[in-house]
Write a protein that binds this ligand. Structure first.
Ligand SMILES: C[S@@+](CC[C@H](N)C(=O)[O-])C[C@H]1O[C@@H](n2cnc3c(N)ncnc32)[C@H](O)[C@@H]1O
Length: 600
């Protein structure tokens, strides 16, 4: 089936199919065309559909080409008029011919549609259409993290953003159309720019010099504040890699000139498919030297007492969560279909097809909302009870992960974050962790507000006192953000934990016990550390290149990266591009396999 038929199928699926555009595409296993190409075509066609509908209706295309469905016509005319490469079919293909036969008429109608909108050029029309399409989302700026591994904020202000007008508040960025820019006051190297600007078309974006990352999503790495004296860093749940590359940039920025970086960022990602996205992002961001990735590795299976991690002083935990803080998560984009000749005008599909299960055939609307977590995993939540059960499962996994992080012998700083607004996944996990035996044994405490890095100490939105069991120190220490509160960020939560650590291997009561080969077999608490099948020892060392173990040929990774180039014509932002594989299931579904080693 062609790209156009597959995309039409996705867009014509009834609301009962459930899911938003992303989950419908990336959750589908049997697509022949590249998922990101289908996604970009579908999204751009929806965006342009008010104009394309006019062009198709006024040119009588569907009267002349009876075999074309309205959706197929929209998709083909989109590419014919707006894609640099035109229709992605051989010149002799019937579908392509059915559009190109009407070349003159379609082009003329497109010009008329542009002039009716008083747009002086196609570029001006594109800006107008993008702003209209963004609708409510236009209240959110585009957050752009300047990647210190590749460039500086000064360079970017003088090049990529040279034509922007600098404003003093984030609200001004979205208040009126145009090109506005705000240098964030809380997070270093972060900019907010007008959402209609097509940053994905810039060299800075394509080269990884700038990364699209919501402001709140920059909180964890900044709060963790890894310094050279903190040793190595772990990112336990890494894909698609926004925070991993942010960590690497912070580590890099602290290496004195002419000195080598001695720190390593270890990045774990349980889902092998998402791990490939992580790899692409790490490479593009120039973070490969500092980062060591372990593909398909469950962080819970990592032995904290392995020698490889003896120098790990910081851990960032950003586990799977309900994703309830994500902006625009629940919606399918509106699409305006051309009229079918000889029929009554079809009413336009509702502009916000809310994610409810409805049974259009029977006329019954069963209204069963679907919860999509931040990995794209879908759960039907038809009652409060089901939501509670889902949150309970997520929070128990999140707590397990946090308690596992507490076990790293040299660790002295941890951040825990979610893009959820639910207290069960946030303050409640923090409280349970603080009250745990391991926290008490190892001396973990909350990172109090006054101890936090300046930007986050000054960030005004804090944890909920009720959710923190009225512990005001914990509530103040927790950092939150809410969508729709005018600050232009997504809903997010982060808290930090700290403890004092004596010099390496002095954790707890005494030194480690090693076997003849030097391997640690008992930790400082006298507990055995080696379990067969766990940790790097089980495969004879942690530095093994693991691609072949997964049947992954490095060349294939390159090939896929090249395939993705095809979507350059479309506006696909990094969250979209990076979140290529939202189809994984995130919890409790892994083969309790073994250590896969790090990619070198
Ligand atoms: C919220 S996303 C991480 C986003 C990432 N930190 C970023 O900023 O780009 C959670 C990720 O954790 C992965 N994950 C879930 N459980 C895991 C585990 N036990 N070990 C390693 N990765 C895990 C999921 O597959 C998912 O990719």
């Amino acid at each position: 089936m062609s790209l156009y038929h597959e995309t039409a199928d996705i867009l014509s699926a009834t609301p009962s199919t459930g899911g938003n555009l992303k989950t419908r595409i990336f959750g589908k296993k049997d697509l022949k065309s590249p998922q990101q190409q289908i996604y970009a075509l579908a999204l751009e066609t929806c965006k342009w559909s008010p104009v394309l509908k006019e062009v198709i209706d006024n040119s009588d295309l569907l009267c002349h080409e009876r075999k074309l469905s309205p959706l197929l016509a929209l998709l083909l005319v989109h590419d014919f008029i707006l894609s640099k490469k035109g229709i992605a079919l051989p010149a002799s293909h019937g579908l392509r011919a059915s559009i190109e036969r009407h070349k003159a008429r379609l082009s003329a109608e497109f010009t008329r549609a542009r002039l009716r909108r008083k747009a002086g050029s196609v570029e001006a029309l594109r800006e107008q259409i993008t702003a209209e399409f963004l609708g409510g989302a236009a209240a959110y700026p585009r957050w752009v993290r300047v990647n210190a591994l590749k460039t500086t904020i000064e360079d970017q202000l003088a090049t990529t953003f040279a034509t922007f007008t600098r404003v003093l508040t984030v609200g001004e960025v979205t208040a009126s159309p145009g090109k506005f820019l705000y240098v964030d006051e809380h997070i270093p190297n972060l900019l907010a720019i007008s959402p209609s600007f097509e940053i994905t078309k810039t060299d800075a974006y394509k080269s990884g010099a700038v990364i699209l990352q919501d402001k709140a999503s920059c909180f964890p790495a900044y709060l963790l504040d890894p310094r050279s004296e903190d040793g190595d860093v772990i990112d336990s749940c890494s894909a698609p890699g926004n925070k991993t590359t942010h960590l690497a940039a912070i580590v890099h920025s602290r290496v004195p000139e002419r000195e080598e970086c001695t720190q390593t960022v270890y990045a774990f990602e349980k889902d092998p498919k998402r791990a490939r996205t992580l790899e692409k992002m790490v490479n593009l961001a120039g973070a490969k030297e500092i980062t060591r990735m372990s593909f398909g590795q469950d962080f819970l299976r990592v032995d904290p007492n392995s020698e490889l991690f003896a120098n790990v002083g910081c851990l960032l935990l950003d586990p799977s969560c309900s994703g309830s803080g994500i902006v625009g998560r629940d919606e399918m984009p509106p699409i305006y279909l051309p009229d079918i000749p000889g029929t009554f005008k079809k009413p336009l599909p509702s502009s916000n097809r809310k994610r409810k299960r409805d049974d259009s055939d029977t006329g019954k609307n069963t209204s069963q909302p679907i919860m999509v977590d931040d990995d794209g995993k879908e759960t039907l939540v038809s009652s409060e009870k089901e939501l509670e059960a889902r949150l309970e499962a997520l929070s128990s996994f999140q707590l397990t992960l946090l308690l596992h992080a507490f076990k790293f012998p040299a660790a002295k700083k941890i951040t825990y974050s979610t893009c959820s607004i639910h207290a069960q996944e946030n303050e409640q996990v923090v409280l349970k962790a603080l009250r745990s035996d391991i926290a008490k044994e190892r001396g973990w405490r909350i990172l109090r507000r006054e101890q936090q890095v300046r930007g986050l100490r000054e960030w005004p939105v804090r944890g909920s006192p009720e959710a923190s069991d009225v512990d005001s120190e914990v509530a103040e220490a927790c950092i939150r953000s809410y969508k729709d509160d005018g600050r232009g960020v997504m809903g997010f939560f982060v808290a930090g934990f700290v403890r004092d650590v004596k010099p390496a291997f002095a954790d707890g009561d005494g030194p480690y016990v090693r076997d003849e080969s030097g391997r640690i077999i008992r930790d400082s608490m006298g507990m055995p550390t080696f379990k067969p099948g766990y940790g790097p020892d089980s495969l004879g060392g942690g530095n093994r290149i693991n691609r072949s173990a997964q049947g992954e040929n490095p060349q294939h990774v390159e090939d896929r990266a090249e395939e993705n180039e095809d979507v350059e014509d479309y506006d696909m932002d990094s969250e979209e591009a990076n979140d290529l594989s939202s189809d994984n299931s995130s919890q409790g579904d892994s083969d309790p396999g073994e250590w896969n080693g790090f990619d070198d």
